[in-house]
Ligand binder design. Structure first.
Ligand SMILES: Nc1ncnc2c1ncn2[C@@H]1O[C@H](COP(=O)(O)OP(=O)(O)OP(=O)(O)O)[C@@H](O)[C@H]1O
Length: 579
């Protein structure tokens, strides 16, 4: 077990030290009340009954009931404080994880399974609750119970106490064995469950379901799923059987233990060396001893399990934040919108450069079209501007300031993106648009929708602006979604616009809408457009032609046609007919 892990776990609990003291206090009280019961029984058997003292009998019985009630109340209090600590630590870690994950760069999200992220934030963090109540507080509880009970037993009669001690290993050994088995099976179950939920997440998402249906692979998917669930079923049957075996051992031994005490104690009573009440009290103590001791026997397995859980969480919390504010990063204010790429190279993996030695400048308010074959690096270039990635070499500057020297938040406020895959939240159209500017008024939202030529469509829907669009906006057409995205950016009103035009051809009606929306969108801002439409290219102040991550041509449409190079040939392939 790693020492640092333990120290780190300890730090999460530190803020709850007051509740911790409360728990220990309650445990002490509760074990005090618990000790009282067998002693009261002894009083009944040895004093009240043989001597015919009815009033003592009454009082002892009242005391038994009161002690039980008090013990119950104390245990409620203890459970409450346990929950406060457990849920508190869980909440702190969950929030910390979420905040940390949002600081991770896009590189992390493109290379991690969503299912895995979800499973850590949900399942692993939830698992901690059990750790806190089971492992930590129960261990203290059990330790206290076991020691106080042992001491009281020795005070009552050392011979019977010794006999009880001899019987303890009978309890401890099977418990340990079962605990270990149980832990293994549980771990396997956990990983099977996460495999199953990953599978469900992939195939039951809208895009996944579409893929499955369009390829007619429902049966295969079902088979895959059934394979996993059968595995899970087997494991869970095994787990419950282990539980049964365990209870069988415990119940046999719980009966056998007191029986042996009765046998030996019976002899001692017959020899008149102890009272009958003492023997009865002893058997009561015995159950108080065996339970805690067997839990303590399993503690190592539990602790290992919980540290493993924390380690899984720490693994994520320790992921380096690739893109973050430098100390002393400046806030961008009054941005003009001049963008410069200076000797920019970039690679996702070192052995495969995607951009190489790019140099160009975009003046404030210009429209720049990025043109080039598929996979040439256009999207990668556009991702460097909002700093979704940092260049591997060279620098990207905004108004002459290296992007790595500005505050990320202020950069985010200046850049608006409309990508090919428009993401919308599963909420109303109004709320989706407002994401661009949370403070926007109803009038501003409508104005933005009008500017993006989507207003008429919205009001024609039965619920208008209150229409809930499905996850990823699957209830809207591709063109409509993109216009939603445009309206959202118009509301945000950034100085810089990154636009990846839809590749799919639209009918002339929608095309006209998009065209008008685009003009509105690009007005008075610097626009970098991955252009797929002729009209955008013709509008552009300059065209950057990218091939294999290099800038191979640069100029206006006419200039580039005159050069008769890559641009001219791309143009002839794609657009000649359109004009
Ligand atoms: N996350 C990534 N990890 C590794 N390689 C990537 C990643 N994203 C893109 N690439 C690679 O980088 C190269 C450039 O991709 P990019 O998406 O920038 O091209 P593009 O010009 O926008 O293409 P298209 O016009 O087809 O969208 C491609 O070869 C691609 O395979």
């Amino acid at each position: 077990m790693k020492k640092e892990s333990l120290l780190r776990i300890y730090r999460y609990f530190l803020p709850y030290w007051k509740q911790g003291i409360g728990v220990v206090f309650f445990i002490l009280l509760s074990s005090g009340f618990g000790l009282l019961q067998p002693l009261l029984i002894r009083g009944v058997v040895d004093e009240a009954i043989p001597n015919g003292r009815t009033s003592l009998l009454n009082w002892l019985v009242v005391a038994m009931i009161v002690a039980a009630i008090l013990q119950g109340l104390v245990s409620v209090g203890q459970a409450f404080l346990n929950s406060v600590i457990g849920q508190g630590v869980m909440n702190d870690i969950r929030n910390q994880m979420y905040a940390h994950l949002h600081r991770m760069s896009i590189r992390f999200f493109t290379s991690t399974k969503t299912g895995d992220i979800m499973s850590r934030v949900n399942n692993d963090v939830n698992g901690l609750q059990q750790v806190v109540t089971d492992t930590i507080s129960q261990s203290i509880n059990n330790l206290l119970l076991a020691t106080t009970t042992m001491i009281t037993m020795f005070l009552l009669d050392w011979r019977l106490a010794l006999l009880s001690l001899v019987l303890l290993p009978l309890f401890i050994l099977p418990t340990r064995r079962v605990g270990k088995l149980n832990y293994q099976v549980r771990k396997e179950t956990q990983s099977k469950m996460s495999e199953m939920s990953s599978l469900m997440q992939e195939t039951l998402s809208v895009s996944g379901a579409m893929l499955v249906k369009s390829f007619g692979r429902e049966e295969d998917e079902l088979r895959r799923f059934v394979g996993k669930t059968n595995e899970l079923k087997r494991l869970q049957i095994r787990q419950s059987l282990i539980g049964r075996w365990f209870f069988m051992f415990i119940s046999v031994i719980s009966t056998a233990g007191p029986a042996i005490i009765y046998w030996y104690g019976g002899h001692l009573v017959i020899d008149q060396s102890i009272t009958l009440g003492t023997v009865i009290a002893f058997t009561a103590f015995l159950t108080r001893l065996y339970g805690p001791v067997s839990s303590l026997a399993g503690i190592q397995v539990n602790v290992l399990g919980s540290v493993a859980l924390f380690d899984r969480l720490f693994e994520y919390l320790d992921l380096k934040v690739e893109i973050q504010d430098k100390p002393g990063a400046v806030e961008l204010r009054d941005v003009q919108g001049r963008i410069e790429f200076e000797e920019v190279s970039f690679w996702y993996q070192q052995e495969r450069p995607v951009l190489q030695g790019l140099n160009f400048a975009i003046q404030p308010g210009q429209i720049v079209a990025l043109v080039g074959p598929s996979g040439s690096g256009k999207t990668t270039i556009s991702n460097l501007i909002p700093r979704l990635y940092d260049p591997s070499a060279g620098s990207v500057k905004l108004d002459g300031v290296d992007l790595r020297d500005v505050q990320l938040k202020s950069l985010g406020e200046q850049v608006g993106m409309v990508t090919q895959e428009t993401f919308l939240f599963h909420t109303s159209i109004r709320e989706n648009l407002r994401y661009g500017r949370p403070s926007a008024t109803e009038e501003e939202i409508v104005a933005a929708a009008k500017a993006a030529y989507i207003h008429d469509l919205i009001v024609s829907l039965p619920d208008g602006y209150d229409t809930v669009v499905g996850e990823r906006g699957h209830k809207l057409s591709g063109g409509e979604k993109q216009r939603m995205a445009m309206a959202r950016v118009i509301l945000k009103d950034p100085k810089i616009l990154i636009l990846d035009e839809a590749t799919s051809a639209l009918d002339s009606h929608s095309e006209a809408y998009i065209q008008q929306a685009l003009e509105e969108l690009m007005k008075s801002r610097t626009s970098v457009v991955i252009a797929h439409r002729l009209s955008t290219i013709l509008h552009a102040d300059q065209i950057l032609v990218i091939e294999d991550g290099k800038l191979v041509e640069q100029g206006t449409h006419e200039e580039l046609l005159a050069v008769d190079g890559l641009y001219a040939s791309l143009y002839r392939q794609q657009f000649e007919g359109e004009q």
